[in-house]
Design a protein around this ligand. Structure first.
Ligand SMILES: Cc1ncc(COP(=O)(O)O)c(C=O)c1O
Length: 375
């Protein structure tokens, strides 16, 4: 099985593996996977490097990559977009920072659901804005947004932007149609721009959940920016390729103006990789989801049997947000590292009682991690 293959990333300066270099700690933190890219992506990259010239390519001119995005969104989400709505960005992190600049004035407020991905938590302050946290609550066996808090905070006229992460990182929930409608209604009523980070949307594990892009919500007359990428699913994050979908021309122009002179063009290799991922890798994608579902089942069963740990299984992503408060230790991160397992520290996302385990790895690596935790 291709996803069982262990590939040594230590000699490649991998961010994930550099952290515990020289230590016997299994790195299960930063959100890339241990899986080799699908062959059509590697072939596309080879073909492009064989051509031998790496000069400028304006992403909007790369018709094939733009068409690949259009057809992927139609196939996966029934979302019919025009290629003109696509704004390529060399990462989702720059994109939500650009959204902060584009739709807010210094001193304005930005709502962020918490816990959340650390660079997202950091974005308002970087841009001279005030962050307003919207908490996450447990409801019917999954995490969701604290809607009461969202209603209350959105009514503050200083709030101009809501950056939501859907599927949510780290909690792994997929917003339902009803929840998404509620969010958009609240944004429209209060004139708040919605920026939806959907980088994990092609990783739906719960077969009853369905991802709905924020920009697809019918009757959404407000400003909405949907951020996506092939990067997490197809393990090409190191190439830096993502895109914003912005239907409204004025909202798009504001985004482009804020990015001007700061955000570079997406590289030609990133465009080629995205094109191949979205046109030639459907079978690989299906197999990946099957493998990740197997990893998640294994992890859920094991965590259930370990005293002091609790996991609400994520509906999407390859990330498990584990409540370690039952261990009764001050520093859960250190507890796991002492056992030879390196998760992401919950404190970075906003809750020190949790850790986040990346299960996008060969099953045998996960088994080794569980054995170490149990030892
Ligand atoms: C929610 C979320 N947004 C953005 C990113 C990173 O985006 P990029 O590498 O495209 O800047 C991550 C990576 O973990 C993420 O989890």
């Amino acid at each position: 099985m291709q996803f069982d293959q262990i590939i040594d990333r230590k000699p490649t300066y991998s961010f994930k593996w550099e952290k515990y270099k020289g230590k016997d700690i299994l790195p299960l933190w930063v959100a890339d996977t241990e899986f080799k890219c699908a062959q059509p992506i590697l072939d596309a990259l080879h073909a492009r490097t064989e051509h031998g010239l790496m000069g400028y390519t304006l992403p909007a001119h790369h018709e094939a990559a733009n068409q690949a995005v259009v057809s992927w969104l139609a196939r996966q989400y029934g979302w019919e977009i025009s290629a003109d709505w696509i704004v390529w960005t060399p990462g989702v992190v720059p994109a939500f920072n650009v959204a902060c600049k584009a739709y807010c004035q210094p001193g304005d407020k930005v709502m962020i659901q918490t816990p959340n991905y650390p660079p997202l938590l950091a974005a308002p302050k970087i841009n001279g804005l005030e962050r307003v946290d919207i908490g996450t609550v447990q409801e019917e066996g999954r995490w969701t947004i604290d809607f009461e808090e969202l209603e209350k905070q959105a009514a503050d006229p200083a709030v101009k932007l809501f950056v939501v992460c859907n599927p949510m990182n780290p909690v792994g929930s997929v917003l339902s149609a009803h929840e998404l409608q509620r969010i958009t209604d609240i944004c429209v009523k209060n004139n708040v721009t919605l920026c939806s980070d959907e980088i994990h949307c092609d990783l739906i594990l719960d077969e009853n959940a369905k991802h709905i892009p924020a920009g697809k919500v019918p009757e959404f007359s407000g400003k909405v920016v949907t951020l996506m990428a092939a990067s997490k699913t197809f393990n090409v994050a190191g190439l830096g390729a993502s895109f914003a979908i912005i239907e409204d021309p004025k909202t798009r122009a504001e985004f482009n103006t804020a990015a001007k002179g700061i955000v570079p063009w997406v590289t030609v290799l990133a465009l080629e990789a995205t094109e191949a991922a979205f046109t030639l890798c459907d079978q690989w994608h299906g197999e990946l989801l099957t493998y990740l579902r197997g990893n998640l089942d294994y992890l859920t069963n094991e965590i259930e049997r370990i005293d002091g740990l609790e996991l609400l299984p994520p509906q999407a992503t390859f990330l498990a947000w584990i409540d370690a408060s039952g261990l009764g230790v001050d520093n859960p991160q250190k507890y796991f590292e002492d056992k030879g397992v390196g998760p992401s520290p919950g404190i970075d996302f906003g809750d020190k009682n949790f850790i986040r385990i990346n299960f996008g790895c060969p099953r045998s690596v996960l088994e080794e991690a569980i054995a170490r935790i149990k030892a």
